[in-house]
Design a protein around this ligand. Structure first.
Ligand code: ZN
Ligand code: ZN
Length: 468
């Protein structure tokens, strides 16, 4: 490559026919000899208009479709033209507004965002947390992607250089800690000049996402929207990672796995367990169609917690004595003070109800009891991986917790390492090992997002994808 200034011209940027603004020369001081790769052309697009679902205010009907105008980008920012995004249950209240019968307030958590100068509900915010799309423009410091790349905008960033990333826990990347109201940067403006922000710096419920590059994962695939949208969704990434990520406790071949909660995350975990070679996979969910779907995508057994009630951990133990309960023959006894039976790996993916389900409700809307049962159905010496958002504090039998040998693995996004795992999950989808299409039970265009989100919120569909 020449070192002439021609590399820094705006010629490539004009290919998209967009208005282009120059940036200052200071942005280009980084030497390609130092970075090991040529500096990419700056692609600073401005005044691009796009449609976005804007959430603002405290009540129902807080989200409306509006035309907004993109602000100039800089530094490590990437503009992604959204192709598909998933409608995550965790975002339902933020999109739809609080349900008519509000849930009890959650206890204060050390993980809660601190109160700041701004209040999120007063800001115009594009909800969602990621999706799949095509890179339209990049800031001058971006290295990870090029214009035209297909990318997953991950719900979890991975900077690669913070304390947590360097210790192999990219799911805890510290860039995720700066997503409070005061941390967000405006990326666009409403017609009246009101600044527009994005949930977690990424949004998704819009024709464009503007995000720092640590949230962007190139995926190099031509797979169809439903397949790639599902495989790259926050829920499938978390479920597949919970079963396979070396960051937590990857499922071993021929092991017994229980998955508590079979929404899109749990159903992805069922598939991750199948892909990892588990021989017994017990799917647990109150909703019949979800249990049936779990059996279709890899579960060997399905249990209804409304039928089993407090007997659920014992029932799992009974199903995990295979092939024998004879102790002198390598067997697992289902009863006694030190039973050998129980799931070797339990993946908990139930979570609290944000809205009262229209299909079968579970035994505990706070999500606490499923988490307790998950711990109690685990084999002594086994592993519990928790993934869900519950409402309240959890209590466990003290001696089981202390000397039961159960190792709890808490992780964000199932312990996923986005740059390593998301391309891997896309390959699993492309090779047919991960059945993405069965999980995407509702696919709607951008204009029908709100109707689809209602169905997600009331658990009337497994999950939904919005295509743009
Ligand atoms: Zn999510
Ligand atoms: Zn990091």
């Amino acid at each position: 490559m020449s070192t002439s200034h021609s590399r820094f011209t705006r010629r490539k940027l004009l290919e998209n026919g967009m208005t282009v603004a120059a940036v200052g020369a200071a942005a280009f001081l980084t030497s390609p000899q130092i970075t090991g790769q040529p500096i990419q052309s700056p692609a600073i697009i401005t005044r691009r208009r796009f449609r976005a679902w804007i959430s603002r205010g405290d009540g129902r009907g807080r989200t409306t479709l509006q035309d907004v105008t993109l602000r100039p980008i800089s530094g490590r920012q990437v503009v992604v033209r959204t192709e598909v995004t998933n409608l995550c249950y965790s975002n339902a209240t933020a999109v739809l507004g609080p349900p008519n019968a509000p849930a009890a307030p959650a206890p204060t958590s050390v993980l809660a965002a601190p109160n700041g100068a701004r209040r999120m509900n007063d800001m115009a915010v594009i909800q969602g947390h990621g999706g799949v799309g095509i890179v339209e423009a990049i800031g001058p410091e971006v290295r990870r992607v090029k214009v035209g790349d297909r990318v997953c905008v991950s719900g979890t960033p991975q900077c690669g250089s913070c304390y947590r990333c360097l210790r192999g826990r990219s799911d805890m990347c510290q860039f995720l800690s700066a997503i409070g109201a005061d941390d967000l940067e405006a990326i666009a403006d409403l017609a009246d000049g009101t600044p527009v922000f994005q949930n977690s710096h990424i949004g998704g419920l819009a024709e464009l996402m503007v995000t720092p590059e640590e949230w962007v994962v190139p995926i190099f695939t031509t797979a169809d929207l439903v397949g790639v949208g599902m495989a790259c969704s926050c829920v499938s990434v978390a479920g597949l990672a919970a079963a396979t990520s070396p960051n937590l406790a990857p499922v071993e071949p021929a092991s017994a796995v229980a998955v508590v909660g079979c929404g899109p995350l749990g159903l992805s975990a069922v598939q991750g367990a199948r892909i990892a070679g588990a021989s017994t996979i017990i799917a647990i969910d109150p909703i019949r169609v979800r249990r049936e779907l779990a059996l279709r995508v890899g579960a060997t057994h399905a249990l209804d917690p409304n039928v089993e009630r407090d007997n659920l951990p014992l029932k799992v133990r009974e199903l995990t004595t295979w092939p024998t309960d004879r102790l002198w023959s390598g067997g697992r006894n289902p009863a006694g003070r030190r039973p050998g039976a129980g799931a070797d790996f339990v993946i908990e993916a139930a979570g609290a109800d944000q809205f009262a389900p229209r299909l079968e409700a579970g035994p505990d809307p706070s999500g606490i009891q499923p988490m307790q049962h998950a711990y109690q159905m685990c084999s002594l010496g086994g592993h519990v991986i928790t993934t869900s958002l519950v409402r309240g504090n959890i209590t466990l039998p003290g001696n089981l917790f202390s000397i039961g040998g159960v190792t709890h693995h808490g992780g964000q996004a199932g312990g996923a390492n986005p740059m390593r795992d998301i391309p891997r999950f896309v390959r699993l989808m492309e090779t047919g090992q991960f059945d993405a299409k069965s999980l995407a039970t509702l696919v709607v265009p951008l204009s029908q997002m709100l109707d689809a989100y209602e169905q997600v919120a009331y658990r009337a569909t497994v999950t939904a994808l919005m295509t743009v």
